[in-house]
Unconditional design. Sequence first.
Length: 367
Amino acid sequence: MMFGVDLGVTGGERGYLAPETAQGSFLSFARMYDVGRKALPLGLGVVAKAYRNEIAPRQVLFRMRAFTQAELQIFFDPTSFPLPFQTVASEKLPVVRADRRAAGDESVVWTTARELVDAGELPEFYVFHLAHSLRFYRDVLGHPADSIRLFEKSAQERAFYNRIQFDIEVRLESLGGFRELGAVHYRGDYDLTRHAQGSGKDLSVLRPDGRRIVPHVLELTFGVDRNLWAVADAGLTKHGDRTVWKLRPYLAPYPVAVLPLLKKEHAEVARAVLELLRSSGIPAVYDVAGSIGRRYARQDEIGTPFSITIDGETIDAAHAHHGTVTLRERDSKSQDRVATKDLVARIAPSLLFPRPPTSVPDGSDAD
């Protein structure tokens, strides 16, 4: 299943493209543990290409030979992983448990994080990250809560190195059902133990209380390509002959488009508005090609949530609307006259990334 490549000038050596990105974190652990002042937990994130020689790539971005993964490997002491579990204890999670599936019941059961832990099968650190994964898909990416399920894999289904595995699945209309977009894997100490055996290097660490352990790994994995497809599935809509991608403002390639009604006459003021936005940290795109209706449609299609039109009233000192622009909202198509000086205050709040209800302290060993 791995891609073979010929290495060297003569092609006499055989190499293989990486089938996953996680190994980079395991290989880097010893060095990064030193750089991180020998503190646990230690999180190493990787975003990279992976390559698998799929026999039959299918389902668009869900089965490909070359794809992008974003993964977070958290190395920790299994006897001491301090987390503010109380901040997620009452969170209701849509779970599909493996034992219920074995009995023929694949329905979603809404269970609080505390109830999952109290059942005695899942540790707090695992359920804590499972709850935050749900929040990410629901609150950040914007998938409706009833279209998400946390799907537990049985011992026979999950990878041999995983002790616990829940896939985060979302119902996608374009693919006719639930599809895996990410997962939370508890890999135990398998990875560092195997790397230590293969390299001959001791990867155990000394804890403050004198114990020597091989750190365990909790992996949060995210398929970038398939998640982009899922965001399109959820937000790309047709209104007659009008295509609108209802991206949340902080996910849009550009949150604002600046559109001078007349290419030459309004360019100077439009450029000033563009600079005002960019200097305030708001990415903006400048578009002068085609009619204003065509430009609105173009921005709707790529998900731009706001469009600013500069017209004659903006620059006419004798006009009551002098110094104002038309601010158009993508989804409702509503248009308001807004003072140029108020644009940043009007737009900026919608670009803020959602935060969890309660901040999460560091909780690491670092002094």
